[in-house]
Design a binder for this molecule. Structure first.
Ligand SMILES: C[S@@+](CC[C@H](N)C(=O)[O-])C[C@H]1O[C@@H](n2cnc3c(N)ncnc32)[C@H](O)[C@@H]1O
Length: 259
């Protein structure tokens, strides 16, 4: 496994830390229907439990985890992200978090210790061998009965969004060719590889997921059960052409709960 690869990616992530909230869709925002909250609320006796936020980024989830869980770990391979997470929490709350600056396939020292692992938009390594290795590491880090909760960016939602936008352009009288060209530019298709589910932007390369791939990769890593649900985003400024789309079912990312 070429470790140099994750080193390159961690530099890109660190560089993106200052503009993070502007660049990525926010699953924590108002109006977002996020199944993660109910899944966290359903963990029994969280005060006695250990939870790890894997790829914690700037730490938007950490205070929610500190509110209920007994032991909170926050892991990210980008030091710039961890710096922002500490600053967001402030010194008192940050002192209650165990920060780990490393890639998330390196979990050997945590084997069998985690009751819950969470990964929000961080299972995005462009090399799928590293994703598979990471999923196996997460499974080994979970205690028997442990739960893995994650959100992964959806590539199929992009195709849905493009379809809606192209149809609106056709309704306005555009030719099919012009409508598709406009929709492609609105969803920034040039940054995506739809066959392999990949997004490339300014040196950052991210895996985007199909729902069948969630089931396939989690089973391959040895998880016995996977439940999938949509994180639903409101049609707002974060999504191109949203003013025309309010009447349609919302766009999504994929949430899953694996055991
Ligand atoms: C899109 S951000 C999401 C951050 C955070 N979970 C959130 O919900 O805002 C992805 C984060 O995962 C981290 N990351 C990506 N691949 C990683 C890996 N292999 N090991 C550790 N961290 C990783 C990045 O540095 C970045 O902070």
């Amino acid at each position: 496994m070429p470790d140099r690869k994750w080193n390159e990616q961690d530099r890109h992530w660190s560089r993106h830390a200052p503009v993070y909230e502007d660049v990525f869709l926010d699953p924590y925002g108002p109006g977002v229907e996020n199944p993660l909250w109910a899944a966290l609320d359903a963990i029994p006796d969280p005060g006695s439990k250990t939870i790890a936020d894997l790829g914690c980024g700037t730490g938007p989830l950490l205070s929610r985890l500190l509110d209920s869980f007994g032991r909170v770990l926050a892991l990210d391979f980008a030091e710039g992200m961890l710096d922002r997470a500490r600053a967001r929490l402030g010194p008192k709350a940050a002192a209650r978090v165990e920060f780990l600056n490393r890639p998330m396939h390196e979990l050997d020292d945590l084997a069998g210790q985690l009751d819950v692992a969470v990964a929000v938009n961080s299972l995005v390594m462009p090399d799928v061998r590293l994703i598979d290795r990471t999923l196996r590491a997460i499974r080994s880090a979970l205690r028997p009965g442990g739960v893995f909760l994650a959100i992964v960016p959806s590539i199929d939602a992009l195709a849905y969004h493009a379809m809606l936008l192209a149809d609106r352009a056709l309704e306005r009288g555009m030719s099919p060719r012009a409508a598709e060209r406009l929709a492609a530019s609105q969803i920034e298709r040039r940054y995506y590889d739809f066959a392999f589910g990949r997004f490339r932007f300014q040196g950052l390369s991210q895996k985007f997921w199909q729902p069948f791939e969630v089931e396939y990769r989690l089973a391959r890593a040895g998880f016995a059960s996977v439940e999938i649900a949509k994180v639903l985003y409101p049609w707002d400024d974060a999504l191109a052409g949203s003013e025309e789309l309010a009447e349609f079912p919302q766009s999504w990312d994929w949430f899953f709960r694996a055991t």
